[in-house]
Write a protein that binds this ligand. Structure first.
Ligand code: FAD
Length: 546
């Protein structure tokens, strides 16, 4: 890691929109030496140099006493690792890239802006800006170009120990005999279609995190004044989203949904929800109890199009061949929805199959106004899997809100071998492999979604974890372990507290849990969650008990 000595600003903040970056540096008073700032943008290295040239051309580097040093990285994982370790100070990018990086856990301080700007880069020495929280709700005038913009959402990591930022692999190796990576799949896949980034189009994970009260997402905004919503994907997450949109306030009150989400959903004007699957009913990833529950919603009729759920010959053959009784049952449940007359409930949920989104269309005011779908047919691939093939038939579905739930992906962990193709830690049965020799790296293991990819429910992780733990026990018996210099638990505790004074432990979690449940009891709810880190810390007396 090459942390530049001269760089002593207390906080650096990056904002970006459509090629515009704002960097706020709180510089030491009276500093004469230019602060060296390593900067790189994701994508073509030449664009970083171009961007720096423009900044220099405009004299902003001199004005703000900084010396911009363009860096380039050959692969995305090296770029992320450089951000995570602090080797790189700035990463200008558009809102989408910043959002993706945030979801992938890259500890960049970034704020998504809602702006139409023609300027390329803005650097300000506003010393009052110590962290992104200081920017919340502020209108900041661009230093270059003429536009003003409003910060719509603030992104940043909350408290906690972040692997790769607060602690590195090398440090863990110095303290543990075995390390297990279980960081899950921290980012969602994109649809890769025009209009995907229009306001009104969101990753489903963001909505799920919002209604579950995740502090990083509680300030997200979803336009629930829209009457028609599309949820792209037919997995359990898509079902969860559709269910929350369709539930009545009375149904929601019985859950532990975040308070603010309950209030927002109470005011919701959503009337029509579409769940969109690209293949047929037999290939849908949702599980039977979940889809059955959709038929029991108090305030929403559920419907399907009969020709989209009828079992085709290819799917029937595949289900018979694999003896998939649950698959037959799933089709049966869906077919029963085709026969069910509408009961005139205030909302309607329609499950659509054999359709792929090809574009999100603009409503004329710069937001989502519809989704263009192409109809698919099912074909067998060379390997025998059933795939969707586009036909020449298409349709436009008017919707004002879109949630995409088309899969998840693991993100690389700095210093840990990664399989870019599958988005998982490079491993064999849970043992992390050296990328060159393909032999196990002693003492390093992985489990869960970052080991096998994003599949299955919580229970699916159990046999997976068993395999990893079996490998760990075998290696323990054979003495294939790391050789830590200091394996005392207190040494790790010291290290973590030094890096992250507000590190919280299991005892803190138990206390917070008890407090949330007690708050819920007072209001006849399973729990009332704390949804701000400050609130959680205050409830814990502003200190952790380890
Ligand atoms: C939106 C959604 C809804 C779901 N709903 C259900 C459901 O209702 N029922 C069900 O059975 N399954 C559900 N699943 C599936 C279930 O969540 C997964 O099977 C399970 O969480 C995978 O476990 P894991 O341990 O691999 O990862 P996770 O549970 O994701 O745990 C990974 C942990 O690592 C942390 N982490 C990541 N990077 C770092 C880092 N660099 N440093 C430190 N910590 C880090 C994360 O914060 C997280 O706490 C859902 C999945 C999604 C995406």
């Amino acid at each position: 890691m090459s942390r530049t000595k001269e760089r002593r600003f207390t906080a650096s903040t990056l904002l970006a929109a459509a090629g515009l970056a704002v960097v706020a540096l709180a510089m030491p008073a009276g500093s004469q030496e230019p602060i060296k700032v390593k900067i790189s943008r994701l994508g073509f290295p030449s664009l970083t140099t171009m961007m720096v040239d423009v900044v220099k051309d405009q004299g902003f580097d001199r004005k703000h006493g900084i010396d911009l040093q363009p860096q380039s990285f050959g692969v995305i994982s090296a770029y992320y690792a450089a951000l995570a370790t602090g080797e790189l100070d700035m990463a200008p990018a558009g809102p989408h890239v910043l959002q993706k990086m945030r979801l992938e856990g890259v500890p960049i301080r970034a704020a998504l802006t809602y702006a139409r700007l023609n300027a390329l880069a803005v650097i300000t020495a506003d010393a009052s800006v110590k962290s992104i929280a200081d920017l919340k709700g502020k209108s900041i005038a661009a230093d270059m170009g003429s536009s003003e913009y409003q910060i719509m959402a603030i992104y940043g990591r909350t408290q906690g120990v972040v692997f790769g930022k607060d602690v590195t692999v090398a440090e863990l190796r110095g303290h543990y005999h075995q390390i297990v990576y279980t960081t899950g799949a921290q980012t969602d896949r994109r649809m890769g279609i025009p209009g995907e980034d229009l306001p009104g189009s969101h990753p489903a994970t963001e909505f799920v995190a919002w209604y579950n009260g995740h502090p990083d997402y509680r300030d997200c905004q979803f336009d629930l004044s829209q009457e028609r919503v599309a949820v792209v994907g037919v997995g359990n997450v898509a079902v969860d989203v559709a269910r929350v949109l369709c539930r009545t306030a009375e149904e929601l009150e019985r859950t532990d949904i975040a308070d603010y989400a309950l209030e927002a959903l109470r005011q919701s004007r959503v009337r029509e929800v579409y769940l969109l699957g690209r293949r047929g009913a037999a290939q849908a990833a949702f599980t039977n109890p979940e889809v059955k529950e959709l038929g029991e919603l108090a305030g929403a009729d559920v419907g399907v199009l009969p020709d989209e759920v009828a079992l085709d010959a290819l799917s029937r053959e595949a289900l018979e061949k694999s003896g998939d009784r649950a698959g037959f049952k799933k089709v049966e449940i869906l077919e029963s929805y085709a026969r069910r007359p509408a009961a005139g409930k205030p909302r309607r949920l329609t499950l659509r199959f054999l359709v792929s989104p090809v574009a999100l269309t603009d409503n004329g005011a710069g937001a989502v106004g519809g989704i263009r779908l192409v109809r698919n047919r099912l074909v067998a691939s060379a390997t025998g899997t059933i795939q969707a093939q586009a036909t020449d038939r298409s349709e436009d579905l008017p919707v004002g809100l879109v949630f995409r739930s088309v899969g998840y992906r693991g993100v690389p962990l700095p210093g840990v071998p990664f399989d870019d193709k599958w988005g998982v830690v490079l491993n064999e049965k849970g043992r992390v492999l050296d990328p060159d020799s393909k032999q196990p790296r002693p003492g390093e293991y992985t489990a869960g979604w970052i080991k096998r990819g994003p599949s299955g429910v919580i229970g699916t992780n159990k046999p997976d974890a068993l395999e990893t733990v079996t490998a760990m026990l075998e290696d323990l018996a054979a003495g294939r372990l790391l050789e830590p210099a200091d394996a005392e638990p207190a040494a790790v505790e010291r290290l973590l507290r030094q890096r992250q004074p507000l590190v919280l432990g299991y005892a803190d979690w138990l206390r917070l849990n008890a407090l949330e449940v007690a708050r819920g009891q007072a209001r006849g709810r399973p729990r009332v969650k704390f949804t701000r880190v400050d609130e959680m810390l205050a409830a814990l007396g502003n200190r952790s008990s380890g």
